[in-house]
Design a protein around this ligand. Structure first.
Ligand SMILES: CC(C)(COP(=O)(O)OP(=O)(O)OC[C@H]1O[C@@H](n2cnc3c(N)ncnc32)[C@H](O)[C@@H]1OP(=O)(O)O)[C@@H](O)C(=O)NCCC(=O)NCCS
Length: 191
């Protein structure tokens, strides 16, 4: 199936305080998606622990949100204490939301965020066996390069430029407004 952009939710960065939504998304992944995301089968308690460290690790998490729930996520992780030339990326989209172009959009945002932080090499340990990820990576080949069949895929973003920084900043501003809306719609109205 062709994954044209047919989704109706929003994609924005998650705030550290939204780690529960991130956790619930990861817990909803079916068995095979969980295995592909974490490179092996993982338990619910592993996911709970992993999601609880989202803020601490200083990762950037982009999320696809529909009706207040995170249905897809892309994580950009530092490999050291600060942003360096290398970072790691990981993606997850719940089964019912796959093949609608969400993973492709998430990868574009992760590449831009990586570029804006001076990252030159972006590792995705899932590429070797993951045909969908290879398809998505190929769609971004203007911005990245990777070895097909390698255990670790390497992405080489171009350096940051005025437009890529401005685009992320404008996206963040829109994301901030959406986050406020998501939060205020969850606050019960006073009687
Ligand atoms: C990999 C994943 C993130 C992709 O998300 P997604 O929203 O389904 O991706 P998209 O819809 O943007 O793109 C998927 C592409 O793969 C293609 N595809 C589907 N099945 C395929 C297959 N067996 N072989 C090759 N390509 C395939 C789709 O047709 C689509 O390409 P198109 O837009 O040219 O038609 C999602 O499937 C997922 O979460 N999988 C489980 C976890 C995982 O593998 N994570 C990656 C670990 S880092």
């Amino acid at each position: 199936m062709s994954s044209h952009r047919t989704w109706g939710g929003t994609i924005r960065k998650l705030w550290p305080k939204e780690q529960e939504k991130f956790r619930d998304h990861l817990l909803r992944l079916d068995k095979e998606s969980r295995r592909l995301r974490f490179a092996h089968g993982v338990s619910d308690s592993f996911i709970e622990e992993y999601a609880s460290r989202m803020g601490e690790m200083g990762s950037i998490v982009y999320a696809y949100i529909e009706d207040g729930e995170v249905r897809g996520a892309a994580e950009l992780k530092k490999l050291g204490d600060t942003w360096g030339k290398e970072a790691e990326a990981a993606f997850s989209v719940e089964m019912a939301f796959q093949e609608h172009g969400i993973g492709t959009d998430l990868m574009g945002r992760v590449i831009r965020a990586a570029r804006n932080r001076g990252v030159q090499h972006l590792y995705m340990s899932c590429l070797a066996e993951n045909a969908k990820m290879q398809t998505i990576a190929r769609k971004h080949e203007a911005s990245l390069r990777f070895e097909y069949g390698d255990v670790v895929g390497e992405i080489v973003p171009q350096g940051p430029n005025y437009f890529s920084i401005l685009a992320e900043a404008m996206d963040d501003r829109a994301g901030y407004l959406m986050a406020v809306l998501d939060i205020t719609t969850r606050i019960p109205k006073a009687a």
